[in-house]
Design a protein around this ligand. Structure first.
Ligand code: UP5
Ligand code: MG
Length: 191
């Protein structure tokens, strides 16, 4: 049975940054749903390229069939057992779609949640945008929409995992190494 840790938190809360560190220390495979969607969008013959670009720029959540099949393919291709799934599930549609397709194949270990104030997160994304991230959603207009979606659609998923006692909440409004020292405590406890 494959093992999965979901990694959630607002746009710019540091999911990708912390996942890199976890991979380094704990040997998980890092799968960012957003990165997989951006890769799919970039393929010359992508069936869903235009749809994905529209959804990402507008901070909307891509239909789960697309995201879930990208995640499933990446898991299979890796040939590995332990996965960090970053930025997913971010809505009720995502959660239902994942459970339909994957709940018999994977064990959810826990959900890592990076808590960080909106103004800090927005500042980080704008800084990344002006440093040339090339992300079409690192601008104020898209960020407003990303946060609206986060509050309306993703927060209920976080609350859901809290109620199942699966949530591991981390204060992400600190230096990345300080954040990681708390992340380590969670992974050590899960060993
Ligand atoms: N940074 C990181 N940690 C820091 C720290 N502690 N102190 C100071 N700076 C810090 O970090 C963001 C920036 O902040 C970086 O420049 C970093 O150096 C700095 P990062 O680690 O990239 O944060 P992360 O939480 O990963 O931010 P990201 O922008 O990737 O979050 P989103 O959740 O918005 O992006 P994602 O790629 O997951 O999704 C993008 C879009 O794809 C969504 O809006 C949606 O349209 C679509 N999507 C779906 O439709 N379905 C999915 O399942 C997933 C995505
Ligand atoms: Mg990310």
């Amino acid at each position: 049975m494959k093992n999965v840790v979901f990694v959630l938190g607002a746009p710019g809360s540091g999911k990708g940054t912390q996942c890199e560190k976890i991979v380094h220390n704990y040997g998980y495979v890092h799968l960012s749903a957003g990165d997989l969607l951006r890769e799919e969008r970039a393929k010359p013959n992508s069936k869903h390229g235009e749809l994905i670009e529209d959804y990402i720029r507008n901070g909307k959540i891509v239909p789960v069939e697309i995201t879930c099949s990208l995640l499933k393919d990446a898991m299979e291709k890796s040939g590995r057992e332990h996965f960090l799934i970053d930025g997913f599930p971010r809505s009720d549609d995502n959660l239902r779609g994942w459970n339909r397709a994957m709940s018999n194949e994977v064990n959810l270990q826990f959900v890592l949640y990076f808590e960080c104030p909106e103004d800090v997160c927005v500042g980080r994304c704008l800084k990344r945008g002006s440093a040339g991230s090339g992300r079409s959603d690192d601008n104020m207009e898209s960020l407003k929409k990303r946060f609206k979606t986060y509050v309306n659609d993703t927060m209920p998923i976080i609350d859901h995992y809290q109620s199942l006692n699966l949530l591991r909440k981390i204060d992400a409004n600190r230096d990345a190494d300080e954040v990681f020292s708390d992340v380590k405590v969670v992974f050590e406890a899960a060993k």
